[in-house]
Design a protein around this ligand. Structure first.
Ligand code: NDP
Length: 305
């Protein structure tokens, strides 16, 4: 039985682990993708101290920090958590562990368009990760779907290697960070198509075209070799729903200023919470992890007298 289980190894979980280690707490951190989705970001330009760093580089610096404190991430996928009398039992594929307190840093799962062709062409022209797959589209034409930070920054990144990028957004004006929008609009390889949705993705063995819900330049289809779907993500709620923590309708866990959830002995941090004014950034996730640990530490200290 450990005092604390940190579930998730994105920026919130990793930051929490640094604080927990320095507070000499009895804890473990579990996660399968160190850095979470941040590890896949091609450019992070707003994390203090790093004007321009890739997700892999930033994740590696996080991991070095953990290493320096002798913290090892338990590489297990959490299948479920059950509240027992006075403790939690955490279920993995092959084992079960017990903890008195839980910090949920589970992050989110990518949204899908749910259109015909999306599943069929996954890995054959459909991608959810520009950093991972840009290389396959050298000198080709791609479409990026979405209008926020991931979509606009991916379009800019893809323009470095591809011949042309269509950025297709369902509303009238992009809503990414202004610095990204300015760069995208000034980029001659990026063509922005507004107020348009994708009806289907078509091709033979590989993606060849996408069908739009309205005409663009006289046709309702666009010839593309690849489509990058960057339409946000949804909290991974399957694990925490059964615990009864209070959530908003969108699945975000309601937390107070100390990152406490509505259920005793459960805290939450990062993109799955309503904290930090819902600003989903690396820096806010890391901050929430730190705030949570401070509160867990005080709570455990008080309970031990
Ligand atoms: P967001 O949730 O911010 O945006 C999702 C985008 O996809 C929106 O433009 C949304 O449209 C669109 N969308 C959602 N569903 C559909 C659909 N079914 N069909 C078409 N379009 C759809 O997700 P992001 O991944 O962009 O960002 C997540 C968080 O990560 C944000 O907080 C962001 O700031 C942060 N981030 C920061 C980066 C940075 O460099 N600072 C880089 C990447 C992410 P609509 O606008 O109509 O809602």
């Amino acid at each position: 039985m450990i005092d604390l289980a940190i579930i998730g190894s994105g920026p919130a979980g990793l930051s929490a682990a640094v604080y927990a280690a320095r507070y000499l707490m009895d804890f473990k951190i579990y996660g399968q993708l160190p850095g979470g989705y941040v590890s896949e970001a091609h450019e992070i330009g707003n994390y203090l101290g790093f004007p321009n760093i890739t997700g892999t580089e930033l994740t590696n610096s996080f991991l070095k920090h953990l290493e320096s404190l002798d913290v090892k991430i338990q590489n297990y996928l959490v299948k479920g958590i059950r509240k027992e009398d006075g403790y939690f039992s955490i279920h993995f594929d092959e084992k079960e562990e017990m903890a008195k307190n839980i910090l949920l840093c589970l992050g989110t799962e990518r949204n899908t368009l749910n259109v015909p062709g999306e599943k069929e062409f996954l890995g054959k022209g459909v991608s959810y990760c520009a950093t991972c797959d840009a290389f396959f589209y050298r000198n080709k034409t791609v479409a990026v779907i979405g209008g926020s930070d991931s979509a606009v920054s991916s379009a800019i990144y893809l323009s470095d290697v591809t011949e042309k990028v269509y950025l297709i957004y369902r509303k009238k004006e992009l809503r990414a960070e202004p610095v990204w929008i300015k760069k995208a609009k000034a980029n001659p390889k990026i063509e922005i198509i507004y107020e348009t949705n994708i009806k289907s993705i078509e091709g033979k063995n590989f993606v060849e075209k996408i069908i739009l819900d309205k005409e663009y330049k006289g046709a309702n289809e666009l010839g593309v070799n690849g489509i990058f779907i960057e339409i946000g993500s949804t909290p991974s709620s399957a694990i925490y729903k059964p615990l009864g923590v209070k959530t908003e309708d969108n699945g975000l866990i309601v937390v107070d200023r100390s990152q406490k959830t509505s259920v005793r002995d459960i805290w939450a941090a990062g993109d799955i919470t309503t904290g930090s004014n819902k600003l989903r950034q690396v820096i806010t996730a890391a901050a929430e992890g730190a705030i949570a640990i401070h509160d867990v530490y005080q709570t455990i200290k008080m309970s031990k007298g």
